[in-house]
Design a protein around this ligand. Structure first.
Ligand code: CP3
Length: 356
C-alpha cells in the first residue's frame, strides 16, 4: 500500500495531535460543481455514474483538484443497499429517490434478496479500488453507508418523506416486523462496510439522516441500537491502523451522551448544536465532526470566514475536531465560497493546535 501523505483527518478522528484542523464536506462531489454536472451528463444518469468506476472516481477527485480537502469520500449513495435488496431504485428529476417496491409486510420482507456485498455491490468495491489507486496516498478515503433506520425509512416509505407515517406506523404498531427489518439491514450494512474496508476505505461514516425524526426513546430502540450492532461487527483495524467510524445522526444533538457510547470514534453534529456544548458533553470519549450550516455558504466569503472562526473557537484548543458542514452542501452554492470556507479552516485553525 502507498504511504499516506496526509493523515490529519484519521489522526483527528482518533484525537491524536494534528498541526491544524482537518476539513472535508459532506456531498463535496456534487451538483454545485460544473465539472460534476458535465460528468453526470456523460454518464447518462446518477445511478449510471455510481456504477461506472472510472466516472465515480473522476467525480470523487473533482473537489480535491479545486480545494485542499483532507479526505476524499467514495462517490456513491446510501440507497445502493435497498436497491441490491431488490427494491428497484430510480430518481425522478427534481423529486429525489424513489423505489418501485416498498416493504410494509412480512411477505415484503421475505421477498427481499439475500445479498453479499462483494458480489451484489461489487461496483461500489470497484469504485473504491479505482479511487484508492488514483488518490495514490494523497488523502484518506472515506467509505459510508446509511444507518439501518435511515435505509428503512426509504424502504418503507418508498422514497423521501416529510412525516414518516408509514415507517412510524410500523415501528409503533408492528414493532416485531420493524425489528426484523432493522436486523436484516444491520447485517447487510455490517457486511457492506466491512467489504468497503477490504476494498480500500480507510474510515467509515454512517449517515443516520432520519434518526432525528424519532423520539428520544424511539431513537435508542430503532436507530442507535442497530448502529451499535453494525459498529461492533466492523474490523477494528484497516491497513495496520485503527479504523475510525463516524456516526452522523442529523438532529441528534440532544442525544450526544448516548451516541458517544455507540462504539464510534467520532460523532457528526449538525448546525443546530453548539459545538462547545457538544464537546463538554462528550468529553474525551469521541471526536466531533461538523458543523457549519450549509446555507452559510450562500453568505459572503468574509461572513463565511467569521463563522468558521466562531466554530473553531467554540471547539477550542486541541485535537478531536474534523471541520465539516452540518449536512451536505446545497446545489447552487458558488464554488468560490467553498474556497473561502476551506481556506478559513486552514488559516485559522493552527493556533488551536500549538504545543499539542
Ligand atoms: O459526500 C459525497 O460527496 C459522497 C456522495 C454521496 C451522495 N449521497 C451523492 C449523491 C453521499 C455520501 C450520499 C448519501 C446520501 N444519499 C444520504 C445521506 C446523507 C444526507 O445527505 O443526508 C441520503 C439521505 C441519500 C439519498 C439521496 N440521494 C437523496 C435524498 C438524493 C436526492 C437529493 C436531491 O437533492 O435531489 C440523492 C441523490 C444524490 N446522491 C446526489 C448526489 C451527488 C444528487 C444526484 C444528482 O442529481 O446528480
Amino acid at each position: 500500500m502507498t504511504e499516506l501523505k496526509n493523515d490529519r483527518f484519521l489522526r483527528a478522528l482518533l484525537r491524536r495531535p494534528v498541526d491544524r484542523t482537518p476539513v472535508w464536506m459532506m456531498r463535496q462531489a456534487g451538483r454545485y460543481l460544473p465539472e460534476y454536472r458535465a460528468t453526470r451528463k456523460e454518464a447518462g444518469s446518477f445511478l449510471d455514474l455510481c456504477k461506472n468506476a472510472e466516472l465515480a472516481c473522476e467525480v470523487t477527485m473533482q473537489p480535491l483538484r479545486r480545494y485542499p480537502m483532507d479526505a476524499a469520500i467514495l462517490f456513491s449513495d446510501i440507497l445502493t443497499v435497498p436497491d441490491a435488496l431488490g427494491l428497484g431504485l430510480y430518481f425522478e428529476e427534481g423529486e429525489g429517490p424513489r423505489f418501485r417496491k416498498t416493504v410494509r409486510s412480512t411477505a415484503d420482507l421475505e421477498g427481499l434478496n439475500s445479498i453479499v456485498a462483494d458480489d451484489d455491490l461489487g461496483y461500489v468495491m470497484n469504485a473504491l479500488r479505482t479511487i484508492r489507486r488514483e488518490l495514490n496516498g494523497q488523502v484518506p478515503l472515506i467509505g459510508f453507508s446509511g444507518s439501518p433506520w435511515t435505509l428503512a425509512t426509504y424502504m418503507v416509505e418508498g422514497g423521501s418523506s416529510k412525516d414518516f407515517v408509514n415507517i412510524k406506523t410500523m415501528a409503533y404498531d408492528q414493532p416485531e416486523l420493524m425489528h426484523q427489518l432493522l436486523s436484516l439491514l444491520a447485517d447487510a450494512v455490517a457486511d457492506y462496510l466491512s467489504a468497503q474496508v477490504r476494498a480500500g476505505a480507510q474510515a467509515l461514516q454512517i449517515f443516520d439522516t432520519w434518526g432525528g425524526s424519532l423520539s428520544a426513546a424511539g431513537y435508542k430502540e430503532f436507530s442507535l441500537k442497530y448502529m451499535q450492532r453494525v459498529i461492533s461487527r466492523l474490523p477494528a483495524e484497516a491497513e495496520g491502523r485503527k479504523l475510525p467510524v463516524i456516526v452522523f445522526t442529523k438532529g441528534g444533538g440532544q442525544w450526544l451522551n448516548a451516541i458517544a457510547e455507540s462504539g464510534a470514534q467520532a460523532v457528526g453534529i449538525d448546525w443546530t448544536t453548539d459545538i462547545a456544548v457538544a464537546r463538554d458533553l462528550v468529553g474525551n470519549r469521541v471526536a466531533l465532526q461538523g458543523n457549519m450550516d450549509p446555507s452559510m455558504l450562500f453568505a459572503s466569503p468574509a461572513k463565511i470566514r467569521e463563522e468558521v472562526a466562531l466554530i473553531l473557537a467554540g471547539y477550542g484548543h486541541g485535537s478531536g475536531h474534523v471541520f465539516n458542514l452540518g449536512h451536505g452542501i446545497t446545489p447552487g452554492v458558488n464554488p468560490d465560497h467553498v474556497t473561502a470556507f476551506v481556506d478559513a479552516v486552514q488559516e485559522l485553525s493552527p493556533q488551536y493546535h500549538q504545543a499539542d
